[in-house]
Structure formats: C-alpha cells, structure tokens
Unconditional design. Sequence first.
Length: 273
Amino acid sequence: MGTEGKRAEEASALTGSARVLAVLRHLAEHPAGTRLGEVAAALDAPKSSAHRALGALVQSGFARQDAQGVYHLGFDLLRLVFGYHEARAPSLTVGPLLRRLADETGETTHYGVLVDGNIVYQAKVSPSRQTFQMSSVIGGSNPAYRTGLGKALLMHELTDRTEVDQYVAEYGPLEARTPHTLRTPDALHDALAEGRSNGYMLDMQENDLGIVCIALPLFLDSPTRPTGAISISAVVSRTTPQDLVSWLPRIREIVTEELGGAVLQAPEPFTGG
C-alpha cells in the first residue's frame, strides 16, 4: 500500500482531536489550499466530520478560510511556528544530537551551514574522553569544497556540471590545502554525484592531513533543501573512513531518535557522469 493510501486508511479511523490533527497535517501538505470535499476525501470521513475539524482549527487560528471557500494554514499557527524556529536556533536543536554522537563514537562532532562558498561551524562537541583537539572553532569557516560538511550541502546545491562550474568560477580556484583536496570541477562534480547516491559525504584528509570525517545533511525546516549538516571527525590513524561508513546505521538511528526520521533524506540513485 502506498503512503497516501496508508494515511487515508489511518485517517478513516480517527475521531476527535486525532482527526483535527490529521486535518492540520493535510493543510500543511497543501500550501495552495484545499477544499472541504478534498479534506473529507483524504480522511475518508463524512463532510460533516471534516467540517467540524476544520471549524475547530479556524476557531483556534490554526486554519483560515479565504473568500473562495479554500482552507489554508492559519496565520496564528505560522506565527507560532516561525517564532519557535527563531527562538530555537538550529545549533541549539542539534546540540543533544551532537553530544550523543560524540560520546558514542568517541570522536568530535560538528554542525555547519553553507554561507556563500564556505562552511561555517555553528556547533561543535568534543567527546568526554578527548584525546585530540580539532582545529575547528565555532564561528570559523573553511571552503566548502574541501570539507565533509560543505560537500554534504553542496551536493544539494550543485546538482549538475553547469552549477559546479558556476561555483568554481565564483569561489575558486579550488586550491589544494592537502594532496587529497579536490582540485578540478570534474573531481568535485563526480564526488557530489556519488555523495547524493550514498546520502553522505566523506572528507578524505582534504582539509587537514590526518583527519577524516563523514557528514550528512539535515532537513530541519525544509523537505527539499538542507538547513545544515552534521559530521563526525576523527584521526585517521585510529578511525578509518571505512569505520566511519560502518557507523552509518547507528548514526541515522540516533538522528531519528533525537530529531525524527524526516530530517534525513534517502540517497538518490547514482547514474554517474
């Protein structure tokens, strides 16, 4: 059974507050608005039941009905959501996640965002039993193309060769900080394409010799564009890139436990080129 069919089956059994919440979700999934009949059909419920649920949402300010009779999310709800989002910066949201990952793996974790052509570190957590001090600092930055965090975000920004060329023209040249740094548009394009197919990016000593990391984008406030990315960085002499990749199932499990599975995006099929 598909996702829509499953939701309809679940919604048909809803009553009371659960139905109201199902209607709220339906409104959120239809930014252009939806009509009473469409809501009732989606919930497999009588129009009278859908109308009562919509009425409760309109009365609370969580929904509104325009002059054409189309229902939308209400401005009171949007103000609440955006106010909460502003008050709770992403770096605070991911703090407990970074701490769990750092303590479980024994490695340093980061959260960063893309600013122009650079990755800017917004949060960093060192493991409780720290044996090595990473040079990264909160508020510091590095060119995105040579970091795992940066590439995890670039792989969603630069989805074809033309966009890669534009990035290099604007922020290049791709200077080699180490012998492993990606130095050509071809190399960057191929790495980003492979990253999209895997759902993660590796830093193979590209920014600092002796340091490897794995990074995943997080979709905290958009299902299509990452808000930022998290990474786990390690000294290659004790933790290899293969070790980092082997941790992926547990990393994703912890992310889901802390933030919900919706913040992760499934890998894309790799077509090469």
